[in-house]
Design a protein around this ligand. Structure first.
Ligand code: FES
Ligand SMILES: [Fe+2]
Length: 337
């Protein structure tokens, strides 16, 4: 079982435990374990993995067959996405080849993109100078392949993390934008040690049970309790991996909501070497449980609620602040790591 990778038997804690608090300052400092070189090495290994030039652009459900197309700028390239009448995703340049209208503001009529300036129609195939981009809909997220931005060897498909079976999961996708580069978002996620210090409102008792051991077994195994409400916490074991340069996956391997995953995808919005880079953090939470239907949502909710609250909550803001701070220090040569 994947939760036992440290070789030790994992003894399941009480399903729910009441914690007395506040004891934030009394917890064990983690800074000695959170060695900058270890995080940097994990980041280097992640960065060296192939992405095939695929970039997450957003939630599948945001790309529609009617009404409005979906637009994003990725690596400085305007991209527009929509669906054909039979639901197939389409993607391509977001700049109209006629006189440059922003196609993200155009309309989709019966699966065809119709430019709102002079009525040029695009069905997704190359047309009068407009070029489609390869697109992949994995059922939760939509990816586009931008070879000029990625600069790697292109691949047929993106690296999509393993997920709970469709009929056992419920998903939600959140997006936020930070002033940093994708590597800053990934580095934040590859530092699990900050969890209960920096986010005490969401996590308590975080400890890293096993550090990554290089390419062959490159996972952080983390024991942590999610704060549900007040003193009520739910302990789980989770594993963090980076299957490609812009993705970090947290998989719950033991405890409530086991097999649930939280995927963090960092997509550059600005082009390379931009003076003030911006990065979209697209986070997919795929909650799973052996229990069907309503019971599934209820079973997974205690663990996933803090994560689902990210959009409105401090967790997002704090992690983005961490990533932005890292970029600011890097860009001025002051980063101590
Ligand atoms: S700019 Fe799109 S049709 Fe003219
Ligand atoms: Fe965090």
């Amino acid at each position: 079982m994947s939760g036992r990778r440290d070789g030790k038997r994992w003894s399941p804690p009480l399903r729910r435990r009441l914690r007395s608090g506040p004891d934030w300052a009394a917890q064990t400092p983690t800074w000695r374990q959170a060695r900058p070189a270890l995080i940097a090495d994990a980041l280097d290994r992640a960065s060296a993995r192939p992405s095939g030039n695929w970039f997450v652009v957003g939630a599948s459900r945001n790309v529609r067959a009617d009404d409005r197309p979906y637009g994003r700028t990725v690596g400085g390239v305007e991209v527009v996405l929509w669906r054909s009448e039979d639901g197939e995703p389409r993607a391509g340049s977001g700049v109209c080849p006629h006189l440059g209208a922003p196609l993200r503001d155009s309309r989709v009529v019966c699966g065809t993109l119709v430019c709102h300036w002079h009525g040029l129609t695009l069905d997704g195939s190359p047309s009068v100078g407009w070029q489609p981009f390869p697109v992949h809909d994995d059922g939760v997220l939509v990816w586009v392949r931008l070879d000029a931005v990625g600069g790697e060897e292109p691949t047929e498909r993106p690296v999509v993390p393993a997920r709970p079976a469709r009929d056992r999961g419920v998903d939600a996708v959140f997006t936020a934008v930070g002033r940093c580069e994708p590597q800053d978002v990934v580095a934040n996620r590859l530092d699990p040690w900050h969890g209960s210090w920096f986010h005490p409102y969401s996590f308590v008792d975080l400890s890293v049970a096993r550090e990554p051991r290089g390419d062959e077994d490159d996972a952080f195994v983390v024991d942590v309790s999610f704060r549900v409400a007040g003193r009520l916490v739910v302990p789980v074991r989770a594993e963090f991996t980076a299957p490609e340069p812009r993705t970090v996956v947290m998989r719950i391997t033991d405890g409530e909501g086991a097999t649930s995953v939280v995927e963090t995808h960092a997509t550059p919005l600005t082009g390379p070497d931009h003076e003030r880079p911006r990065t979209a953090v697209v986070e997919a939470v795929i909650a799973a449980s052996d229990r069907p239907g309503f019971a599934l949502a209820r079973a997974a909710a205690p663990v996933l609620r803090p994560l689902m609250r990210r959009t409105a909550g401090r967790l997002w803001r704090d992690d983005l602040a961490y990533a932005e701070r890292r970029w600011t220090l890097r860009s001025t040569g002051l980063f101590p790591g």
